[in-house]
Write a protein of this length. Structure first.
Lengths: 181, 139
């Protein structure tokens, strides 16, 4: 094959096009549609299908996901999310403040997709602010809790990805659990 | 004729590729200039100092954390969030070209992180010193 300047130009062009598309796809700034979206990737097995059905939102993914895994809205009731989003300037000891527009959008997304099961507040009328303090969470992680406590590498129960291999993409199925201990 | 057509298509595809690159809002040098304009309005300002920025970056300021607690002593490397353990991409623009290219993001993170490290917002002098330091870091 003759390697002409034209070929080279074509290859550069194709590369730039692919790079441009990839860049857009990877960009965490979204100026377009801020509506409810679904996560979709990988082959369509049962797990992938479930993941695809998870509600997602670009601002939630970018902002919450900047510091920790973007915890799924279904893990806390709307009352809890409301309280968390009001207190972002002291978010468990860190300043996670957002501009009002972004915070408003994320709040709406979290509350719309929050845990539907009735959550009973504690004696002082407060709802859990930490997922790890929720009754359902403690019940499901009773055995893991004692193991995690003794392992400095795992740090704490909020480190979902230590055992839930698909936590980043929002799947917490028992099939994806691998105990590192 | 066909050759001309192919060239034209190549050119068009190339131009599309170029225009599809999301343009960075600012360059790190422009961000530094913005800090400089802010600092110029404060008393006693002379210039930014990379050495002072490095010292500031690596020191604790009365609290539990320094900048380096999450970004490591070498900002050309990946860091980890001191609490959540989440991977943090390098902070030095030489290692991560996206850094300091969006003033909105720069302002957001300086506000948050200065509050976490110093329990107050940083001065324009401090912000400029740190950026001057980060810009001295090679690949």
């Amino acid at each position: 094959m003759k390697f002409s300047g034209k070929h080279a130009l074509g290859m550069v062009a194709a590369f730039l096009l692919v790079a441009g598309v990839a860049k857009l796809a990877l960009s965490d700034d979204h100026d377009g549609d801020h509506g409810r979206q679904v996560i979709g990737n990988g082959s369509e097995n049962e797990e992938a299908r479930l993941r695809r059905m998870q509600p997602s939102n670009p601002e939630w993914l970018a902002e919450c996901g900047a510091c920790h895994i973007p915890y799924p809205p279904r893990f806390l009731p709307a009352e809890s999310w409301r309280e968390i989003m009001i207190g972002l300037d002291d978010h468990f000891g860190s300043d996670a403040s957002l501009d009002a527009r972004t915070a408003g959008e994320i709040s709406a997304f979290l509350e719309q997709n929050a845990r539907r099961k009735k959550t009973i507040p504690d004696a002082s009328g407060k709802y859990p602010l930490r997922i790890t303090d929720s009754r359902w969470f403690r019940r499901e992680h009773a055995r893991a809790a004692s193991r995690v406590k003794d392992d400095p590498k795992l740090r704490n129960l909020a480190n979902c990805g230590a055992c839930h291999m698909q936590a980043e993409s929002g799947s917490f199925s028992e099939h994806d659990v691998r105990y590192p201990f | 004729m066909l050759r001309v057509g192919v060239s034209l298509v190549s050119l068009l595809v190339m131009l599309m590729g170029l225009t599809m690159q999301p343009a960075f809002a600012e360059t790190p040098a422009e961000v530094l200039a913005i800090f400089k304009a802010e600092a110029a309005g404060t008393s006693g300002f002379k210039d930014f100092s990379a050495a002072r920025g490095a010292e500031f970056f690596k020191s604790k300021h009365g609290g539990e954390w320094s900048c380096a607690s999450c970004h490591t002593d070498n900002p050309a490397l990946q860091g980890r969030h001191a609490k959540s353990d989440k991977l943090i991409q390098p902070l030095a623009p030489s290692a991560n070209p996206e850094r300091f290219t969006d003033m909105k993001k720069v302002a957001k993170w300086y506000k948050r992180n200065c509050n976490d490290v110093l329990d107050r917002e940083c001065t324009p002098q401090e912000k400029g010193d740190v950026l001057a330091y980060l810009l001295t870091i090679g690949k």
